[in-house]
Write a protein that binds this ligand. Structure first.
Ligand SMILES: *Cc1c(COP(=O)(O)O)cnc(C)c1O
Length: 400
């Protein structure tokens, strides 16, 4: 019989294994609010190119003021789940505002998008049904699907022919309802799902379509409504999940937006909604202010788009290869994992905060530095960042 001490020794061995494989995730510590510039605990100020702060709202004065105001008017917390005594007027307002922003009938809040995805599938679908999921979908979607009894298909990433194959198989097997689910934008490559084509395929096969908009809500599309707007299918997506923790303010919280029947069932049966605390009033108030800002003007998403176009061009002119695309996620390809780490470390020394990604986060031989643009960056920030990459790249022999 193993002792409890054996258990802790076992964990230490596991941790050693993670370190030996070079997969140990150390957390860097920031001593300032999130922003285009941050100070690390060693006192250095660096340009930040790795936050999901796409619109620069994490520390926006209007957002902070709205959070203060909600704290004053609605208190610190509700000490309750929604259905007992955790629903305030502002929670209902935010749900209505999210639905309007995203082009759906209704919306429901969660503590996180992870919970929105985790609690989505099981209440809606059962053994008779089919879920068809992109193989590179976010971990929370994978977990949510695991909790559901529906039959599962995985299609090759972004591969429409393989999606068709899965739908045909599901039909042959007599699946009752079919739900295709995909990230609107995939975070490692910035790949934008082909929602117009996927919608057409779903319609032909009688399937519902759901998308996770965590890397899209607030800035993709002409009015920043998301990937569905970008791809010309606004109002035509059956289920949208997303986060308040990235472009839409950056605190925390998630949501599902859909037809009212879907939202009503989720309020009755979705376990992370039923059994987890309500979103704090300060976050709710600030999120409403974020939607006011974004519905009032496209200035921030336009600035983000301009920054993205500038950086994508300039970093290539500096000799680097990037994954082509238009998303503010810009993967700078290094391929070799050690080189990617060296480049990231040197660029950080030069005052630009970036992180290298390598196996198993991305496939072997596909190491990269993934940078993310923000509307909070000014042109001089991006010029300095490109110059740092250029200098580090020359030193390491990565560019000519
Ligand atoms: C970040 C992210 C999530 C999780 O969002 P949280 O609100 O932080 O839980 C879910 N799905 C995708 C695609 C994400 O990028």
């Amino acid at each position: 019989m193993a002792s409890t001490e054996d258990f802790f020794a076992h964990l230490r061995t596991e941790l050693d294994g993670i370190r030996a494989a070079g997969l140990y995730k150390a957390e860097r510590i920031i001593a300032t609010p999130q922003g285009a510039h941050v100070r690390t605990t060693d006192g250095r100020e660096v340009i930040n190119l790795c936050a999901n702060n796409y619109l620069g709202l994490s520390s926006h004065p209007k957002v902070i003021e709205a959070a203060h105001e909600a704290l004053r008017t609605h208190g610190y917390g509700l000490s309750s789940v929604r259905f007992i005594c955790g629903t305030q007027d502002i929670h209902k307002t935010l749900e209505q505002r999210l639905a309007r922003f995203l082009g759906t009938e209704d919306a429901i809040l969660y503590a996180a998008a992870f919970d929105a995805n985790g609690g989505l599938f099981e209440p809606l679908l059962g053994e008779a049904d089919a879920i068809i999921s992109d193989e590179l979908n976010h971990a929370s979607i994978i977990d949510g699907i695991r909790l559901c009894k529906a039959q599962r298909w995985r299609y090759k990433h972004n591969d429409l022919a393989d999606l068709e194959r899965c739908l045909s198989e599901a039909n042959e097997k007599g699946a009752r309802f079919k739900l295709v689910f995909t990230d609107g934008v995939f975070s490692m490559d910035g790949t934008i799902a082909q929602l117009d084509k996927i919608r057409e395929i779903c319609d032909r096969h009688g399937a519902l379509l759901g998308i996770d908009e965590c890397h899209a809500s607030g800035f993709m599309g002409a009015r920043g409504r998301g990937t569905h707007e970008h791809r010309g299918v606004f109002g035509k997506i059956d289920i949208i999940t997303g986060t308040l923790g990235k472009a839409l303010g950056g605190a925390s919280g998630g949501f599902t937006a859909a037809r009212k029947e879907v939202i009503e069932i989720l309020r009755q049966r979705s376990r992370p909604y039923l059994f987890s605390n309500t979103v704090a009033p300060s976050i709710v108030g600030a999120s409403i202010a974020v939607l006011d800002l974004l519905e009032g003007s496209t200035e921030l998403r336009d600035k983000l788009e301009a920054n993205t176009q500038y950086f994508r061009r300039a970093i290539q002119e500096a000799g680097f290869e990037i994954k082509p695309g238009e998303h503010p996620i810009v993967p700078i390809m290094v391929y070799d994992a050690v080189k990617a780490q060296q480049l990231a470390a040197r660029v950080l020394e030069l005052g630009v905060y970036v992180v290298g990604f390598f196996f198993p986060v991305v496939p072997k031989g596909q190491a990269r530095i993934r940078v993310q643009m923000s509307a909070g960056h000014v042109r001089a920030d991006l010029e300095r960042a490109v110059a740092a990459f250029r200098q580090a790249g020359l030193e390491l022999g990565l560019v000519k």
